[in-house]
Design a protein around this ligand. Structure first.
Ligand code: AKG
Length: 254
């Protein structure tokens, strides 16, 4: 669970890394689920960065009826979000991010609220939980953030490659103003980040994949006022704390 100091860090910096939130055993179950998931196989597409490299992404708005759905409804995640946001949340969407070894492209600097504002959310009250499935470091394209940039408010965004990125002139000036930080993570670490935090990630220049599962949540006080947004604004039915490891035991016994 999230500690009180981590809540303060989150509000000051716009992100906090909860180390070891999931065990390696749980991550192994998640990796098998990612590899075997029909949903992931059927919904994966490629996003191209400004240099023409591509990264794979698979995204859905409902709660999957499998191990990935257990992760999206896991009490360690959902209760942490409630504590960080100070209110109850609902599932917005979940996604698998895959940067293949040597191939995976960059994600350009952006704020998630640069997208989600256009889904009708009145306030920047959405938070993402990024679960590292592989060791993530500079070489294989871990997340980079501009510390404290969530205090800037929402910036204008435009097209960068096939992605949506923050307006470049303003971004260059902000990069002189705020420190950039690489967020290296081990499998099972969870990075919680605010929807106005400027973030990006570099290409995968290593021989290792960089896989992550990202679950995004919206506050109940922030249901879209234009359109219907993502997910359904209903309370999350949390799974049991040991549900992820139990899922493999159940599968093995069948
Ligand atoms: O997976 C990554 O490196 C980037 C993720 C990201 O930018 C996002 O989820 O908004």
């Amino acid at each position: 669970m999230i500690l009180r100091e981590q809540v303060l860090d989150f509000h000051r910096d716009g992100f906090v890394l909860a180390e070891g939130m999931f065990s390696q055993d749980e991550v192994d179950v998640m990796l098998v689920a990612v590899e075997q998931s029909q949903r992931v196989a059927q919904t994966t597409w490629s996003a191209t960065d400004s240099e023409g490299r591509s990264s794979k992404i698979s995204l859905w708005m409902d709660i999957a009826d499998d191990v990935l759905g257990l992760v999206s409804t896991h009490p360690r995640i959902v209760n942490s979000l409630r504590v960080l946001m100070g209110e109850d949340v609902y599932h917005w969407h979940s996604k698998v991010m895959l940067k293949l070894a040597r191939e995976g492209g960059a994600w350009e600097w952006h704020q998630d609220y640069g997208y989600w504002y256009h889904d009708g959310c009145p306030y920047p009250r959405l938070v993402s939980a990024m679960i590292a499935l592989d060791r993530a470091d500079e070489e294989n394209g871990c997340l980079r953030v501009l510390v404290g940039s969530h205090h800037l408010g929402r910036l204008d965004h435009g097209r960068v490659g096939s992605q949506t990125g923050a307006e470049l002139e303003r971004l260059a000036a902000i990069e002189r103003l705020l420190p950039a930080r690489l967020v290296e993570a081990s499998p099972g670490d969870v990075l919680f980040f605010h929807c106005n935090l400027l973030h990006s990630s570099g290409p995968n220049l290593s021989d290792r994949p960089r896989r992550a599962y990202i679950c995004c949540y919206n506050a109940f006080s922030n249901i879209p006022i234009i359109g219907k947004g993502h997910g359904a604004p209903v309370p999350i039915q949390m799974c049991a704390d040991d549900a992820i490891v139990r899922a493999t035991m159940n599968a093995a016994n069948q």
